[in-house]
Ligand binder design. Structure first.
Ligand code: NAP
Length: 460
């Protein structure tokens, strides 16, 4: 018995250490894979420890859960494309948060009125955050998947209504600590938290969803930490806290990369401002260029900088861009990649794609590093990026993205933009870069255009 107890505690301790090392590994592209494997092993240890727990009365239902969960998780990992990763993550958060809320309900049903202040507060916290994260994540999923419109859904007095709703939830939270036996108050609090989750995400545009998701991730983590207090489970407390705070820090970092406050993201209805700007007038002519001319320019350049964006992900063009880079390097051209922190649809999106194509990390340059280098760049090749290279952020103080740090490609000697047509970026804003004399537009799917460029450079 004692041996089993120590073994369980050992697996939990090991799992916690592995989670911390895993997170540390994830903070750099070079160590990210190792970090992921360490965290996976940590999760395996936590599961082994939990399965040996003394409180388990029967394994049948647990095994059914393991089989169903593994099948769903495996199928999602296999079939969901990289471009749909944000909505897949939203769905996972909804499942995780709902599980945390259900654990809270189960504990309340078991102990109800006998719960002390601290445990009741922990259960309330878990059920409140778990419930609002469940519905908030489902709305985020619907927006990102295009099941509902992605633009902010607003109505008059919305912020006041939401604040009143939150006040009601918090009021019941406190009431339950004083009168834990009131099941009606408990389930009303849970129901209102479900509604609050929907109301919180409705006014936020799809473009801001990654920030919201990261914030909801943080809530789900804190709900799990509260579950850990309820169940006296140390590994849940540690993992939940790590999840909670890393999610929160990530939201802050994303806001900083867009030069916006978290308050503005949550309550600013950002997409609707962009809607207004959509009507902005014509900016001039776009100059179309052909593959052969660009290939010659690139083949005889000293330095070429690739600027990948969301379009690289949709076209799955990461392998071809690497091939083009190698072809250029064989001709003595220096190749770099400019990585914007919010390019694509999730943090690190471009790093993951380029790593998949074995692009050396030493060629990836962050925004602050590469912006100094553009004046010395012969050709900047923008591959399916739009918002992250929008010069309005720097030049137009009235733009909704004014002040957002962007990649200043227009300072290069020549810019080529690979995109399919006149499609806007996720912010919905017009991009004056495409109308500048320095810019040439190469229309078509990014993968096709890059494939044609590889052939043309080889013949140049
Ligand atoms: P973007 O502004 O969304 O622009 C993507 C461009 O790619 C579009 O203009 C589209 O134009 C083009 N495109 C789409 N499919 C293509 C294909 N198959 N081939 C070639 N081009 C294609 O992308 P971004 O510059 O990467 O900016 C990311 C946006 O997401 C920013 O607004 C950012 O603030 C937001 N965001 C990201 C994160 C994150 O974590 N990454 C977080 C929060 C917000 P066509 O339709 O004409 O082809």
């Amino acid at each position: 018995m004692a041996l089993r107890f120590y073994f369980i505690e050992f697996t939990y301790l090991l799992a916690s250490i592995l989670f911390i090392l895993g997170l540390k590994g994830l903070s750099h592209p070079e160590t990210a894979k190792r970090g992921m494997h360490l965290a996976e092993f940590g999760m395996l240890m936590a599961i082994v420890g939990t399965l040996l727990h003394f409180d388990i009365v029967s394994y049948e239902l647990i095994i059914v859960g393991l089989v169903v969960g593994s099948l769903v998780g495996g199928a999602m990992a296999y079939w969901v494309p990289m471009t749909a990763m944000p909505q897949r993550t939203a769905l996972s958060h909804a499942f995780g948060a709902f599980a945390a809320a259900l654990v809270g309900v189960a504990e309340y049903m078991r102990h109800g009125a006998e719960l002390g202040d601290v445990k009741m507060a922990a259960i309330n916290f878990e059920v409140m955050l778990g419930s609002l994260t469940t519905t908030g994540s489902l709305v985020a999923f619907a927006k990102l998947q295009g099941l509902t419109r992605g633009t902010p859904m607003t109505f008059r007095g919305q912020n006041v209504f939401n604040m009143a709703l939150l006040a009601a939830v918090l009021g019941l939270f406190v009431y339950l600590i004083i009168f834990p036996g009131s099941a009606a108050a408990f389930y009303t609090m849970m129901g209102l938290a479900f509604v609050f989750g929907v109301m919180l995400v409705l006014p936020i545009g799809a473009a801001d969803m990654p920030v919201v998701m990261s914030l909801l991730n943080s809530y789900a983590g804190l709900a799990a930490a509260a579950t850990g207090f309820v169940l006296s489970n140390n590994v849940l407390i540690i993992a939940g806290t790590l999840d909670g705070f890393s999610g929160f820090i990530l939201s802050i970092l994303m806001c900083r990369a867009m030069n916006r406050s978290i308050w503005n993201v949550l309550f600013g209805a950002f997409g609707s401002a962009a809607e207004g700007a959509r009507e902005g007038g014509e900016q001039g002519e776009m100059r179309e260029v052909n593959v052969e001319d660009i290939a010659v320019q690139m083949a005889y350049a000293k330095q070429v900088v690739f600027v990948p964006g969301y379009g690289l992900a949709t076209a799955q063009a990461q392998h071809v861009v690497r091939e083009l880079a190698s072809t250029l390097e064989e001709r003595g051209v220096s190749v770099k990649y400019a990585i914007h922190p919010v390019a694509g649809r999730m943090p690190g999106h471009m790093n993951v794609l380029l790593a998949e194509a074995n692009v050396p990390y030493s060629q990836l340059y962050e925004l602050e590093q590469i912006n100094h280098d553009f004046p010395a760049t012969d050709v900047a090749v923008v591959i399916g990026a739009n918002d992250v290279v929008n010069p309005d952020a720097r030049d137009n103080p009235n733009s909704p993205i004014a002040g957002m740090p962007t990649l200043e490609v227009d300072r290069a000697h020549s810019v080529v933009v690979l995109k399919r047509g006149a499609g806007r970026g996720f912010s919905g804003l017009e991009n004056p870069l495409f109308f500048k004399p320095v810019t040439g537009m190469l229309y078509g799917d990014a993968k096709d255009s890059l494939t044609r460029l590889v052939q043309a450079v080889q013949q140049a």
